[in-house]
Design a protein around this ligand. Sequence first.
Ligand SMILES: NC(=O)c1ccc[n+]([C@@H]2O[C@H](COP(=O)([O-])OP(=O)(O)OC[C@H]3O[C@@H](n4cnc5c(N)ncnc54)[C@H](OP(=O)(O)O)[C@@H]3O)[C@@H](O)[C@H]2O)c1
Length: 258
Amino acid sequence: MKVHIIGGGNLGVAIAKGIAKFSKTNQVTVTRRNTSSILHLEQLGITVSTDNTHGIQQADVVILTIKPYQVDAVLAEILPVISNKVIASGVSGLSIENLQSKIGNSNYAIRIMPNIAAQFGASATCISFNEKHSDQAQNVVSLFQDLGTAPIIDEKLMDAATVLAASGTAFALRYIRASMQAGIEIGFDWQTSLAISAQTVKGAAEMLMEEKVHPEQLIDRVTTPQGCTIAGLSEMETHGFSSSLVRGIKAALKKIKG
Ligand SMILES: NC(=O)c1ccc[n+]([C@@H]2O[C@H](COP(=O)([O-])OP(=O)(O)OC[C@H]3O[C@@H](n4cnc5c(N)ncnc54)[C@H](OP(=O)(O)O)[C@@H]3O)[C@@H](O)[C@H]2O)c1
């Protein structure tokens, strides 16, 4: 499979690196107008170009990782030279219907919402497509399964997916930062505190994904009656730990919906 990524910024580069490392896909091209900061990708076997049409005719999947206001200019460049292409868009807020109307009936619009952990094969990439394009979407689904998990969701949940999976990366990192700061207060240097905090989150997430249980069941396993864990949890909840997270996620969703 050949993948052509237009928009070699934060997300585009993360996807390209993830494909180079974790996918069976053997050819990846990434484009942007100024490539000086991404030329190092060539060492990973990734083709880097300033030409959005470079090799695009051979691509099985075209991925758009550009900002919403850049879409029309990019499509004006590529549409004259492509047909029958699967165009997977990670552009926030661009609906399947809107993209499909822009790219015409000879191409297939798929909507994806990856996050930058794609680089480490650990993205939660939500995917939506029109039922009639499910055959064409299969390449995209299997590509993103190589880069983590790739749940197929109803498009009306795409904004929620953006907040939970893309912004969620920042929310999770803030938790780790706070844990690291607390670790410094209780005696660790920041590097050791960060390493412990990050590994603890990774371990908790791996347990959840392996055992597929409700988090509270695992919390119960580490919460001794009258022990330090329940004392910590109760204090955190008194100060709004869960409710601030829920409120933050709902505020982010409100913002995205305008
Ligand atoms: N970052 C995330 O975690 C994340 C997660 C999910 C979805 N998204 C969505 O993904 C999109 C990209 O986000 P981002 O954070 O990766 O933005 P970004 O870092 O600004 O990347 C956008 C890239 O597009 C390139 N670009 C602009 N115009 C172009 C053109 N005409 N042809 C080719 N390349 C062009 C820019 O480079 P040049 O200026 O050099 O061309 C830039 O590197 C956005 O719609 C965002 O909402 C991002």
